[in-house]
Design a protein around this ligand. Structure first.
Ligand code: SF4
Ligand code: SF4
Length: 456
C-alpha cells in the first residue's frame, strides 16, 4: 500500500522558522544520567498543586506516589528512584518562579532505567473498561506531555455535557530543534497505537486521527505500519499535515484536520474533540498495560551550545544542569538555556531547575542562533508593515495589544483579546522592527492574572 506523506491540510497564519532538527533527529533514545538526586515539583500540571504524602527522612521506592490532591483537575506525582526524602523545599520552576518540590537523594544502587515496556502480541483494549483506563491514567499521574500539562484523565473521561466524537493525536512537533516526539513515533510506535486505542475506548470517540507534519515521512510510515500490525485499528488513520509553525497548537491542528474552529477562550471538548500528544498516548499504554506511573520521559537536549545533543530517557526531577553535563556540558559559545524550544520555550538562569512531566527539550543556543531563531538587533518603532497580523494564527492584532500593555492599559489589551494569545512567538519572529511583541503580551497576561488574584 502506498502511504501518503504529503500534507494537504493547514491553518491560516503561522511562520516557517528554521527547523534545526537535524542535530538530534537521528539520535536514538538513550538512557539519561544515573541521578544522585531528583526534585519532584508538586506542581507540574494544570490544576491544583499536590500536597506531599511523604516527610523528610522517609524512604521511598521507584514508582511510589509521593504527592497528590483531592481536586478533580490535578495529577499525583511519583518518585522515579529508590531513595530517601532529603527535604521539601522551594525549587526553581520555569513558569512559577519558585515552587515547592520533594527532594530525594538516590540510594547508592539505583540503576539507570531504560524504557522496558513491552506490548504483548495479544494486546486488546477491550480487556479494559473505560473506568479502569481512566483510573489507571489518574493513578499514574499522566498529564499532557506536549507542554500544556492538562491532566489526561479529565480529558478522556466521558462527560455527558460535552460528548466526545473525535480523538486527535498530535504528532506534529512543529517547534524548531525538538525531536523527542519524532523519536517516540519511530521507536515506540506500537506503544503509541496501544495508548491511542485505550484512549479511544475510555473517551468513547468514534473517529481517531493522528496528525503528523509532512517533514516527518518516516514517522508517518512508522505509525501506519504500527496501525497495520495491531489488530482492530479500523477507524484510526494517519493524516499528514503541512509543515508550518505552530501546526502542533491544538486549535491549529483541529482547524487543519477537521476545518472546525474552537471558540475563542473555549476548549476542544466544546466541539466534541479531544487532543492528545503522542508521548501522552505512549504513557497511557504504559500505565494501563504495565501499571507504570509517569516517572520518566524523553527529553531532547539540543542546540549549538551543547557538546553532545541527543534524545534521553530521563527521570522526572533530574536537574537541567546535570542533564547538560551528562551531554558533555555547555560549549564556550553557549549564551542561553531554554526549557523547551526557541519559539515557545522559557529561558532559565538557574540550572538546578528540574525536568518536569512537560519538559520535552532543553535547548542551548549561541548568540548566532538567537539572532536567527528570534528577533535580533536594535528595536525600532513599529513600521506598520502588518506582518505580525498576517502570521498570527489566532488572528489577533499583536502590535495593538503590545502597545496597550506597554502603556499599562490592560483593559484595552483585554479588549483586543489578549488572553486568546497562545504565546507562539510568530509575531516577534517576523517583526522587522525587532519588537518583542510576545514578551509584552506575556507580561500583560501575567499582570491581568495577578490583578484577578488580588481581587479575590
Ligand atoms: S499575538 Fe500571540 S498568538 Fe498571535 S502571533 Fe503573537 S504570540 Fe502568536
Ligand atoms: S510586524 Fe512589527 S513593525 Fe510590522 S506592524 Fe507588527 S509590530 Fe509593527
Amino acid at each position: 500500500m502506498k502511504i501518503e506523506t504529503k500534507g494537504r491540510f493547514s491553518f491560516s497564519g503561522g511562520a516557517h522558522p528554521a527547523q534545526s532538527k537535524d542535530l538530534t533527529s537521528e539520535r536514538q533514545i538513550e538512557p539519561g544520567p544515573a541521578v544522585e538526586q531528583v526534585a519532584i515539583m508538586l506542581s507540574q500540571h494544570t490544576g491544583a498543586v499536590c500536597r506531599p504524602l511523604v516527610r523528610e527522612g522517609n524512604m521511598v521506592q521507584a514508582g511510589q506516589k509521593i504527592g497528590d490532591s483531592d481536586a478533580f483537575v490535578s495529577a499525583p506525582v511519583h518518585s522515579p528512584i529508590n531513595g530517601k526524602v532529603k527535604e521539601i523545599a522551594l525549587r526553581s520552576h520555569a513558569v512559577l518562579g519558585r515552587s515547592p518540590a520533594i527532594i530525594i537523594d538516590a540510594y547508592r544502587y539505583n540503576p539507570t532505567r531504560r524504557s522496558y515496556f513491552k506490548l504483548r502480541d495479544d494486546f486488546d483494549e477491550n480487556n479494559y473498561s473505560a473506568e479502569q483506563i481512566c483510573d489507571a491514567v489518574r493513578q499514574a499521574g499522566i498529564v499532557g506531555m506536549g507542554g500544556a500539562g492538562f491532566p489526561t484523565r479529565v480529558k478522556i473521561e466521558p462527560n455527558p455535557r460535552l460528548p466526545k466524537e473525535t480523538l486527535i493525536i498530535n504528532g506534529c512537533e512543529c517547534e524548531p530543534y525538538i525531536t523527542c516526539d519524532y523519536r517516540i513515533m519511530l521507536e515506540w510506535s506500537n506503544r503509541i497505537i496501544a495508548g491511542v486505542k485505550l484512549a479511544r475506548r475510555a473517551s468513547g470517540c468514534s473517529k481517531v486521527i493522528i496528525g503528523i507534519e509532512d517533514n516527518k515521512p518516516r514517522a508517518i510510515e512508522a505509525m501506519n505500519t504500527a496501525l497495520e500490525t495491531l489488530a482492530d485499528s479500523d477507524g484510526i488513520k494517519v493524516v499528514p499535515v503541512k509543515t508550518k509553525y505552530p501546526q502542533g497548537g491544538e486549535r491549529q491542528l483541529i482547524k487543519a484536520i477537521l476545518k472546525k474552529h474552537v471558540p475563542t477562550g473555549g476548549i476542544p471538548p466544546m466541539i466534541g474533540v479531544v487532543v492528545l500528544n503522542v508521548a501522552t498516548a505512549a504513557a497511557i499504554a504504559e500505565a494501563v498495560v504495565s501499571d507504570l506511573p509517569l516517572t520518566h520521559r524523553v527529553v531532547t537536549v539540543t542546540g549549538e551550545g551543547t557538546a553532545n545533543p541527543g534524545n534521553y530517557y530521563v527521570p522526572i526531577g533530574t536537574s537541567v544542569g546535570e542533564l547538560i553535563e551528562f551531554c558533555g556540558g555547555l560549549r564556550e559559545e553557549a549564551v542561553r538555556v531554554i526549557l523547551g524550544g526557541p519559539m515557545m520555550g522559557v529561558a532559565i538562569a538557574d540550572l538546578t531547575t528540574p525536568v518536569t512531566k512537560t519538559t520535552g527539550a532543553i535547548t542551548v543556543l549561541t548568540e548566532k542562533q538567537i539572532g536567527r531563531a528570534k528577533f535580533a538587533g536594535r528595536q525600532t518603532p513599529c513600521l506598520r508593515c502588518g506582518r505580525c497580523l498576517e502570521v498570527c494564527p489566532e488572528h489577533l492584532n499583536p502590535t495593538k495589544i503590545a502597545h496597550a500593555v506597554k502603556n499599562n492599559l490592560l483593559d484595552v489589551a483585554e479588549s483586543y483579546y489578549m488572553s486568546a494569545c497562545m504565546e507562539c512567538g510568530c509575531c516577534s519572529y517576523v517583526c522587522p522592527a525587532n519588537i518583542e511583541l510576545t514578551g509584552y503580551i506575556k507580561t500583560g497576561k501575567t499582570l491581568v492574572a495577578r490583578q484577578k488574584q488580588s481581587s479575590l
